[in-house]
Design a protein around this ligand. Structure first.
Ligand SMILES: O=C(O)CCC(=O)C(=O)O
Ligand SMILES: [Fe+2]
Length: 403
């Protein structure tokens, strides 16, 4: 449904009704902020997502990224990939480094995002203790009996936060590919504090935004430190994302604070993921079944802490699936669809997946990831960044509001 409203800019504002939908069901949308083109919202009120302005009409949804368009079919045999992706490791300077140093780093980021859509960061300054506490508590949570984990299960399909058992989600559905469900279990949480930003917004906050974007996280009784460890980790990730967005601004020839007021009440989600041991002698994965099916992320950027285990992260690059090894004391950062839209496709939101371990591997294959999906403020205006304008970009003032 498209309706028109007046706006402060000269053109029209089009309100496009598509469901922004979180759910742990098999329809393929993951429990994190995103516009879900495939599943119309049936059991949850649709909400406004971000506005897209500056000729990006219609791309806020159903937009295959450049990589996806090149990728073609992506269901080849998992576990057989040998090639290692050219994902550069970028050592971040301290945030108060001189401008020339920050610009050098920004250039490396620009290069990585134009070519692979992924880079690794070291020098991030996040204490090891913050990372190991969050990882350890997440592992302890996943080790609980199923009945305990079920106490914090997402209460209904469409609720963004809580636990989702193995078999709840097939990420590949978001790219229009039907596969059996992913072999993973997840626990997702949202912003620890309800941002004050809601109160100062000029627009009335739709109830659906209140209920959805700021839905309450659910915390289990066990392990007792899970909440404090994950909240500390969430804040550390939010700060790191803000620093990376500052470097993004420099890379895009913008003032370094360009994104600040668009992410100061970010609605990011933290998701911890357990990929259980795969033992084909006990249960053979179904045809096309992966640990996480091929997908691109939806937000501004994702910060991933993975584990180097067989059956890990792979990206589609130069037309083939390629492995992305974990980086010691580092994080993997990738761009999401929203940032690809924001940059008018200058930067890539790359298709990726988590493969199955090779069937003949006889060591441990359990793998855990901590995935931080950074999302700007719910009402941030996403308008084509001036340095990303090109002949293809339609410059008339059109704002897409997803309600
Ligand atoms: O676990 C991983 O390495 C990647 C997970 C991922 O891509 C996701 O959850 O969106
Ligand atoms: Fe992902």
């Amino acid at each position: 449904m498209v309706s028109h409203h007046s706006s402060s800019c000269q053109g029209t504002v089009s309100t496009l009704k598509i469901g922004r939908h979180f759910h742990g069901g098999l329809e393929g949308c993951s429990p994190r902020p995103r516009a879900c083109p495939q599943a119309a919202s049936r059991n949850y009120p649709p909400v406004r997502l971000h506005s897209y302005q500056g000729g990006l009409q219609g791309r806020a949804h159903a937009r295959p990224s450049r990589v996806q368009r090149r990728a073609g079919k992506c269901g080849d045999a998992a576990g057989s990939v040998e090639k290692v992706a050219q994902v550069p490791t970028i050592k971040l300077p301290p945030p108060d480094a001189d401008n020339a140093t920050l610009m050098e780093t920004a250039k490396l980021i620009d290069e990585a995002l134009q070519t692979v859509g992924f880079f690794a960061v070291t020098g991030h300054g996040i204490p090891r203790e913050v990372v190991s506490s969050a990882s350890g508590s997440a592992r302890a949570f996943f080790d609980l009996p199923a009945s305990e984990k079920a106490t914090v299960a997402m209460p209904y399909q469409g609720y963004p936060y809580g636990y989702a058992a193995v078999g709840s989600e097939a990420l590949s559905k978001s790219t229009g590919t039907v596969t059996p469900p992913d072999l993973k279990e997840t626990f997702s949480v949202g912003p620890p504090q309800r941002p004050q930003h809601l109160l100062r917004s000029e627009q009335a906050v739709p109830e659906s935004v209140e209920a959805f974007v700021y839905a309450e996280s659910q915390w289990p009784e066990e392990p007792p430190q899970l909440r404090s460890h994950l909240e500390t980790y969430y804040h550390a990730m939010g700060d790191l994302a803000a620093y990376i967005m500052k470097l993004f601004a420099l890379a895009l020839e913008l003032p370094s604070d360009h994104f600040e007021d668009k992410i100061d009440a970010h609605i990011s989600a933290l998701r911890v993921v357990n990929y259980p041991e795969v033992d084909p002698s006990l249960a053979r994965p179904e045809l096309g079944q992966l640990r996480a099916g091929a997908h691109s992320d939806y937000g501004s950027l994702t910060i991933l802490l993975g584990e180097d285990r067989p059956g890990g992260l792979e990206i589609m690059s130069a037309g083939t699936w390629q492995k992305v090894p974990a980086v010691e004391d580092g994080f993997i950062v990738n761009l999401g669809d929203l940032m690809a839209v924001w940059t008018n496709d200058r930067w890539l939101s790359t298709l990726h997946r988590v493969a199955l371990p090779p069937p003949d591997f006889d060591g441990t294959t359990r793998r855990q990831s901590l995935v931080f999906f950074h999302q700007p403020n719910w009402d941030a205006m996403i308008s084509c960044i001036p340095s990303c304008m090109n002949e293809q970009a339609d410059t008339k003032c059109t704002v897409w509001i997803v309600v």
